[in-house]
Write a protein that binds this ligand. Sequence first.
Ligand SMILES: [Zn+2]
Length: 119
Amino acid sequence: MPNRNLNTLELKKVNTLLGRVRKSILEYSNGDLDLEFALRRKIYKELTYDERGKPHLRMKLKKKKRVSQNNLCTSCKQILPLKYAVLDRLNAKDGYTEENTNLICPDCDTEIQRSRSYK
Ligand SMILES: [Zn+2]
């Protein structure tokens, strides 16, 4: 399922929100460039966690999926590499859950991402 895109009005609102966040960072850091950097980085990291969950939970899920899939890529049915296997979400908005993910090899991930971007 393709991810929902924002319409023109929603994009305008997001840009307004982003402008407010940037302004708040500048006000809060008050010229302290190290603090400004740290604030931006913290907000980026926390928003990424909101989108993708915490890394240790994804690692735990990867291990579980590897066992439940008998160490095979769900797409090409080949043995998964020890490193760089990818947790692929069926519907990105539904997050990293057992039901919503497949563990796939990097080659299949590249192919799946490519096919999704053409839709
Ligand atoms: Zn594969």
